[in-house]
Write a protein that binds this ligand. Sequence first.
Ligand code: PMP
Length: 412
Amino acid sequence: MTEQGSSQAGNNLDPWYHHYADRAAGLRASEVRALFAVASRPEVVSLAGGMPYVAALPQNLVIDAMERVMRERGAAALQYGSGQGIPLLREQILDVMALEGIRANADDVVVTTGSQHALELVSKLFLDPGDVVLSEGPSYVTALVIFKSYQAEVEHVPMDENGLIPEALREHIARLKSAGKRIKFLYTIPSFHNPAGVTLSWERRLEVLEIARQNDILVLEDNPYGLLYFDRPAPDAMRSVEEDGVVYLGTFSKTLAPGFRVGWALAPHAIREKLVLANEAAVLSPSSFTQSVISEYLSTADWKGQINTFRDVYRERKNALVGALEEYLPELTWTNPNGGFYVWVTLPDELDSKAMLPRAVTELVAYTPGTAFFANGDGRRNMRLSFCYPTPDQIRLGVRRLATVIRDELDL
Ligand code: PMP
């Protein structure tokens, strides 16, 4: 057994412990997960999860689409389908992406089981043990889990209020290359970042693409939140200016509902062919049924109006969160996102967000500690607060409770 395999500490009760592949070593439940089970009790205000507020989607829209699908093409919807996804849906996905400046061919779209699965497939295609993935620091926690499961090393590049810092990216690449490391791709969430809440400026998008091009590094652009802006749209997608060096990931999870589990990858031809084969190997075909329902919904419902409804809901909740932070916790600093689901909070130096979480849960409020979003243990002084699911009143209550916990910890 390798070092990594033997590092599955605490699993001695598992009779299969010595049999797992090395790549399973990273698949460990965190201590935080156990706390989140407690935090799902109704009396706890959870600012921890990233669940979209699906109640803002009228159920009739889905019921109508489902009924028409079953009446008009039920046999196809219940059958296996193409490993690449339904052709009509792939065309419709082009209309969604066009809202962020992307022009593409439906042949280059691969429908996946949520964009999470696209992340998994791209990682499977590119990552060998010891390869390096560059990502923002912090980054999306479940992407980090995938990279780790392919035994890649994650190198975090810092951000500021305008997203990833190009100069830092250059330095990291130079250092890694001189150390003989193989960098496989840059994983980036340029718009309304999870968890940081910031957006990469247009100038920086161009600069980051140029750096990637110069260094022969693929860009994996993950964009689940781009259409959920509050005041002004995010800059166009990076894929809108660079076709060959970008794999773009999209999803219906936030603009419609995550229960469908339908997302997609838009990839250069060669990569797209491999993605389709990998998709077939993993799931044969993405769900014909949910793809058909989404396709029908896009054909018949006011899907852009529905996105506006979501934007209104999340704008109000973001304002409630930031307003409550200003009122109850003015000594902290936080990002003020113009879209998406998350605010990234920085605590005073003496506080540790992970150590404080049990206290917070006792006070009936939950958040995600910053360390979850780093592969290297950073983030102790940070927490992610999600405003997507609780109501504005619950959000205010949650921040008030959080303020009590923080004041106590600081002995104020
Ligand atoms: N990427 C990011 C940045 C996310 O926040 C999420 C969901 N929280 C995903 C990918 C995966 O979303 P889905 O699989 O539902 O499309």
